[in-house]
Design a protein around this ligand. Structure first.
Ligand SMILES: *Cc1c(COP(=O)(O)O)cnc(C)c1O
Length: 515
């Protein structure tokens, strides 16, 4: 965005309103005064460099003349200007450590500080991935132990922590399915995917060379349409990718039957484990008949996320798929030492350099040990309890896409507000004025005007009460003074952005003004 646009979009029409919570992240905004981004003053300096005390080089010899930048017009600022600029920006940032973050499907829960401390221990932090195994026994033990912990939690004995995101775990898993069918002598062509699935599922199927076949859902139960599933299942199906609980926050109650029917035709059941925090310590997907599942370590096991990583997408598989796991795996030798096992002839090979995101693995490991068996059981139970509590608080003022006890999240139906000219996007924007990050909206795609809320297991009753009150206040505004909602947010440094343009022409760098 250019300097001018930034300045102009900061000025809003309409009377600015005070945020109900009084602690809006944007409390620093001065009403009516444009936010001036450009602070450079010619000749201003933050510091002086000492005289050059190393031999100069001839740049012409190193970089061909035509490839060299002639000028580098950097902003000219004092140290204080720079400190204030970045401190101000940091206050505009919204994070789980400042406010409640009810982003359905993304599980924005609190990440305990002890896990950060563990990841920062010099003994781990200063390791190099190319060190010989004999010098990194502690790190290898962490990987080995978390493989076993995840096997225990999911009920699936084969684990690789190499994938670094949920989508990456999916691709790893489906490539393993493909390798297993090729080993049996026949490549299959189709992958079944319910219409409520995350977009990464069909993308994964396509990248692995499959055609995705969509299965509908039951409008009353919110579960996969069982008859549709049965009619599309045949021995050309490599896998069904099923999210558990599904993206409407509902448990697929026929999952065992689905697994049995799939297995009868040699089709694998891939579970998208992004919602595993609803199940941890309660049931194990492997016990239900699922063949493989990825774990979003950054959702379920408290790795900070947002902004694209680094994350963890460990893949857990049933015994029949173990030979195909990525290599190398970390194994324990009979003498108790830990080693890389790269001698795996049926492995699909590497899916990432070294051992994946070791820092994400380490944080998850610390978190699992911190909670222990009992704490992990509470995790799943509280994720579900909190979501149902919040759901009950909202029941008088909102309707639900599926009206049923939920698991760890639920989906509101924004359509009833259309009669007041208010859309789901407007409600989300107005919540910002009340001091909250909006929930996920317009996902899952099957639910029109969806508002998807996941409180997570780490929030207190008081926080959930306050958020529900804010959402109810917005619903009331939508019915009585819709223009306030339609033009929100009113309290932010910038108003509604042209999101399509922001996505198509992202301009994220400071650029010298054209003089
Ligand atoms: C988050 C999510 C994914 C993708 O996981 P990433 O770690 O973002 O790649 C896949 N499926 C579901 C249901 C999700 O919520």
């Amino acid at each position: 965005m250019t300097t001018t646009e930034h300045t102009e979009s900061a000025v809003h029409a309409g009377a600015p309103l005070r945020p109900a919570s009084g602690h809006s992240i944007f409390a620093g905004r001065q009403e009516g005064i444009p936010v001036v981004f450009e602070k450079s003053v010619k000749g201003r300096r933050a510091g002086k460099l000492p005289a050059l005390d190393v031999p100069t080089v001839d740049l012409d010899e190193i970089i061909p003349a035509g490839e060299r930048r002639q000028e580098l017009p950097l902003p000219e600022l004092s140290e204080l200007d720079v400190v204030r600029h970045f401190t101000r920006l940091s206050k505009r940032n919204y994070s789980i450590e400042s406010e409640f973050y009810p982003l359905g499907s993304c599980t924005m829960k609190y990440n305990p500080k002890i896990d950060e401390n563990v990841a920062a221990l010099p003994g781990f932090r200063n390791l190099h991935p190319l060190q010989p195994a004999s010098t990194v026994q502690g790190a290898l033990q962490v990987i080995h132990d978390i493989q076993r912990q995840l096997a225990e939690i999911t009920g699936l004995p084969g684990v690789s922590t190499q994938p670094v995101a949920g989508a990456h775990g999916e691709l790893t898993g489906i490539l393993m399915v493909r390798a297993a069918h090729l080993k049996q002598g026949r490549m299959r062509r189709k992958v079944l995917i319910p219409d409520s699935a995350h977009g990464t599922n069909p993308a994964t199927a396509a990248m692995a060379g499959y055609e995705s076949i969509t299965i509908g859902h039951d409008r009353i139960t919110g579960e996969l349409d069982f008859e549709d599933f049965k009619s599309k299942l045949d021995d050309d199906c490599a896998a069904i990718m099923i999210t558990l609980p599904n993206t409407l926050g509902l448990f697929e109650r026929r999952i065992e039957e689905i697994c049995r029917l799939a297995h009868e035709v040699g089709c694998f059941v891939y579970c998208d484990g992004a919602n595993l925090n609803a199940l941890v310590g309660q049931i194990r997907p492997g016990d239900l008949g699922v063949d493989l599942l990825h774990v979003n370590l950054h959702k379920t096991f408290a790795v900070p996320h947002g902004g694209g990583g680094p994350g963890g997408g460990a893949i857990c598989v049933a015994a029949a798929l173990e030979p195909f796991l990525p290599a190398p795996l970390v194994v324990q030798a009979p003498d108790g030492s830990f080693a890389y096992d790269a001698d795996r002839p049926d492995s699909i090979g590497r899916v990432h350099s070294y051992q994946g995101n070791f820092n994400a693995i380490l944080r998850s490991y610390a978190y699992i040990l911190q909670l222990g068996k009992e704490g992990l059981g509470d995790l799943g139970a509280n994720a579900v309890l909190n979501a149902n509590y919040m759901r009950a608080l909202l029941a008088d003022d909102f309707s639900f896409y599926v009206d049923r006890i939920c698991m760890h999240e639920f989906v509101l139906d924004g359509r009833p507000f259309k009669e007041f000219g208010v859309r789901t996007l407007d409600i989300a924007k107005r919540l910002i004025d009340h001091g909250y990050h909006p929930p996920t909206i317009y996902f899952p795609l099957i639910a029109p005007e969806a508002i998807m809320i996941e409180p997570t297991e780490t929030e207190s009753k008081e926080t959930m009460d306050a958020f529900a009150n804010a959402l109810i206040a917005v619903a009331h505004e939508a019915r009585t003074t819709p223009s306030v909602v339609q033009n929100a947010p009113h309290m932010t440094p910038v108003g509604r952005l042209d999101e399509v343009r922001a996505a198509r022409q992202p301009d994220l760098r400071w650029q010298a003004p054209v003089s």
